[in-house]
Design a protein around this ligand. Structure first.
Ligand SMILES: NC(=O)c1ccc[n+]([C@@H]2O[C@H](COP(=O)([O-])OP(=O)(O)OC[C@H]3O[C@@H](n4cnc5c(N)ncnc54)[C@H](O)[C@@H]3O)[C@@H](O)[C@H]2O)c1
Length: 260
């Protein structure tokens, strides 16, 4: 898909790899100047270095100091901001346990990053969008924010929070010309723990097959599937979608993909 983002500036959180990097690359390839930000600065730098006009900086979405410094930096570097992508997110692979066993520190880390991070970063950057007379925000939620899975209480709660935060922001920012939408990805294998699915471990292979059996399109998603949806949401052609949660999940949450 091609849209014209020439003259637009964008900031993506969690852009060092995975979905965030794919979105940042997609926006840059369609003409935007993109600020790649991540808690892992080196990854963000590598991404930005490969695209003309793009820049990078460390931005931990749980750090007030990092967020404040990044706002000043964006003002100085771009002179303003049109597009904000709240993508940074974490989940636990280690503590897949029921809520009564779920460690408080793991809860705090996930909720602070995935939900509170979205609130904090938006609060800090949205005045720049207001100053432009409008803009676009895309929050990366999850299908588990719509239909929870077992053994991930913090993640499902945080992502459900992102879903409703998106709708609240859409209502509150509409009169300022800022359209706010969420994308709920299904399962998108990335470098990292989910890469285990693609190895030879028989337990992981069985889990992968079980998961695929629920997905009508019978494949996992690609990072570009998510980036294409984000591109549409931030495009000038999107003038009337706000407060929407776009599932990009191969049909996973369309219904029970089972014959009874
Ligand atoms: N991959 C999937 O299957 C999937 C499914 C549903 C939702 N998501 C969501 O998509 C988003 C991107 O995930 P991904 O799959 O690309 O994972 P990923 O782990 O590859 O990327 C996440 C990025 O966020 C960064 N990050 C972590 N903590 C941060 C912090 N405090 N501040 C700033 N950056 C931080 C990481 O360094 C990393 O670069 C997340 O919000 C995730 O919850 C992913």
């Amino acid at each position: 898909m091609k849209v014209d983002l020439n003259g637009k500036t964008a900031l993506v959180t969690g852009a060092a790899r995975g979905i965030g990097k794919a979105i940042a690359d997609m926006l840059a390839d369609n003409g935007a100047r993109v600020a790649y930000t991540d808690i892992v600065e080196e990854g963000a730098r590598q991404g930005a270095a490969a695209r003309a006009g793009c820049v990078a900086r460390r931005l931990d979405v749980t750090s007030a100091a990092d967020i404040g410094a990044a706002v000043q930096w964006v003002r100085a570097t771009f002179g303003g901001l049109d597009i904000l992508i709240n993508n940074a997110g974490v989940n636990t692979m280690k503590h897949r346990v029921t809520l009564d066993q779920f460690p408080q520190e793991e809860w705090d880390w996930i909720v602070n990053t995935d939900m509170t991070g979205c609130y904090r970063v938006t609060k800090a950057f949205v005045p720049l969008l207001f100053a432009r007379g409008g803009g676009r925000i895309v929050n990366i939620a999850s299908v588990f924010g719509l239909v929870p899975a077992r053994l991930q209480c913090a993640f499902v709660a945080a992502k459900a929070g992102v879903v409703n935060l998106t709708k609240a922001m859409a209502m509150e920012f509409a009169e300022r010309g800022v359209l706010v939408n969420a994308i709920a990805p299904g399962s998108i294998p990335i470098e990292g723990p989910q890469g285990l699915f693609t190895g030879n471990n028989p337990i992981m292979k069985a889990r992968m097959e079980a998961m695929l059996s629920h997905i009508p399109l019978h494949r996992f998603g690609k990072v570009t599937d998510i980036a294409n949806a984000a591109l549409f949401l931030v495009a000038p052609e999107n003038e009337y979608m706000t407060g929407a949660v776009v599932t990009v999940d191969g049909g996973w949450t369309a219904g029970y993909s089972r014959d009874f």
